[in-house]
Design a protein around this ligand. Structure first.
Ligand code: PLP
Length: 435
């Protein structure tokens, strides 16, 4: 218990204001931030910095420091912006998408012996939590056209131990969620959407990431939009859990009502099969501000990505060795986080490895594409046999080795996009000519 002489715990009128308990930022720090956000060098640059510094000195006399740096009004405003955009309520802004997955997995009370179905190709973040608590990963094979999990194969791999199905909208291309949800409902299994690439994707009129029981988006620096490099939003459709969503990112604390002795006032969170202990995946006010700024201009970001994808698809259409990204299905609106390029090896005179090598030689950067997870050493350590698993995911092996790659499309000039399309067409022509 706090002693009455410990003013930090005095909740009465003499209570010390919040900023007094931690070190704040000052004008010198702000100048360091300006230099970080707007890098440069040279005489002109230093002159401009000096001019800003003079104005900051003036501001400093009028301004107060933010005081609140963690989980405050900026985080709330970012969440409100995301709720509005996603048409959700009660979403939580967390440290990253992986932390969002963790909340959903904890809600499922995932433990040793439980099974989780993940797609054969995704990023390690999708499966790290199940692996870390001793649950068993089961790999669903892919739909050869979208490189997303194939619902038919998911259904085959369900057992009475399956607790969670994790559709990953790879590259921002929506998984066939109707099929996944139907299977999950039939077997009373939770669905967690890995929407790390899919903030703003639409599937049959619904926002991707808000269709399953849980969904999480990533705002890591390489995703479509970011909150100063790290961040994630987690949403839920489980009505009974919604009031606990934000609490689950900070030890179960409820900040909605004034808390007198908050250090001792923490609750277990209600999971599907029993309580769980929430950890800490809080975000900062600066991240909250950063996320809101990018969400506010997100429609423009998406439109630019879409225009680039449409251009590449147009350029590659009509070549029967190439299967360009589909941009014309109104039911499925991807985020074009990555451009999915596929080839037909029989018609292209070679496989995608040859194509990638040729593109590299011509100066087109490939994105190091997502590979079959069961080839990772990490899984070997935990007793998974990659050859045995590969036999249960034949499509995955085939598309990965021979057919698909991801191309970068954002932030490229028209000229660069043209160069990329030319390079792809030239490479295929060379392969067909046996060069
Ligand atoms: C980036 C990524 C994640 C993890 O996102 P973080 O915010 O970095 O935790 C999860 N799944 C996929 C497919 C990703 O690419």
């Amino acid at each position: 218990m706090a002693k009455s002489t410990d003013f930090r715990y005095n909740t009465g009128a003499t209570r010390v204001p919040w900023p007094a308990v931690g070190e704040n930022y000052n004008k010198e720090d702000l100048m360091a931030v300006v230099r970080f956000m707007m890098k440069g060098e040279g005489e002109e640059y230093e002159k401009a910095i000096e001019a800003v510094k003079v104005e900051v000195e003036k501001l400093d006399k009028l301004a107060t420091p933010p005081g609140k740096l963690s989980l405050g009004p900026q985080v709330e405003a970012a969440e409100a912006a995301c709720d509005e955009y996603l048409k959700t309520s009660g979403c939580a802004f967390v440290a990253n998408a992986t932390a969002g997955f963790e909340i959903a997995y904890k809600y499922a009370n995932l433990g040793p012996g439980d099974e989780v179905i993940v797609p054969a190709i995704t990023f390690i973040a999708t499966m790290a939590y199940p692996l870390s608590v001793g649950a068993k990963l089961v790999f669903a094979d892919l739909d050869p056209l979208t490189c997303n999990m194939d619902p038919k194969d998911v259904e085959k791999k369900i057992t009475d131990k399956t607790k969670v199905i994790v559709p990953v909208h790879i590259g921002g291309y929506p998984v066939d969620m109707d099929a996944i949800m139907e299977i999950a409902r039939k077997h009373n299994i939770l669905v967690l959407e890995d929407a790390a690439h899919a903030f703003g994707a639409v599937y049959k009129g619904k926002m991707v990431g808000t269709i399953g029981d849980f969904g999480a988006y990533s705002f890591h620096e390489v995703k479509n939009c970011t909150s100063f490099g790290e961040g994630g939003i987690v949403t839920t459709n489980v009505d009974a859990f919604r009031p606990f969503m934000k609490r689950s990112r900070f030890f179960g604390c409820n900040f909605d009502t004034p808390i007198e002795n908050w250090l001792y006032d923490v609750n277990a969170m209600p999971g599907k099969y029993g309580p769980f202990v929430a950890l800490n995946s809080s975000t900062t006010e600066i991240q909250g501000l950063g996320l809101r700024l990018q969400v506010e201009r997100y429609e423009k970001i998406l439109a630019e990505r879409k225009a680039a994808a449409e251009y590449i698809t147009k350029r590659l259409s009509g070549n029967d060795a190439i299967i360009p990204q589909d941009v014309s299905n109104p039911d499925v609106q991807p985020t074009y986080h990555l451009y999915l390029l596929q080839i037909d090896p029989a018609k292209a005179g070679g496989n995608v490895q040859t194509l990638k090598q040729k593109l590299t030689e011509k100066g087109v950067t490939n994105i190091p594409h997502f590979g079959p997870l069961f080839h990772f050493d990490l899984l070997k350590t935990y007793g998974y046999d990659k050859d045995e698993i590969a036999k249960t995911c034949p499509v995955c092996e085939e598309v990965f080795n021979n057919r698909f790659t991801h191309l970068p499309i954002y932030g490229l000039t028209g000229e660069q996009l043209e160069f990329m399309a030319d390079a792809i067409l030239e490479s295929i022509a060379e392969m067909q000519a046996g060069k």
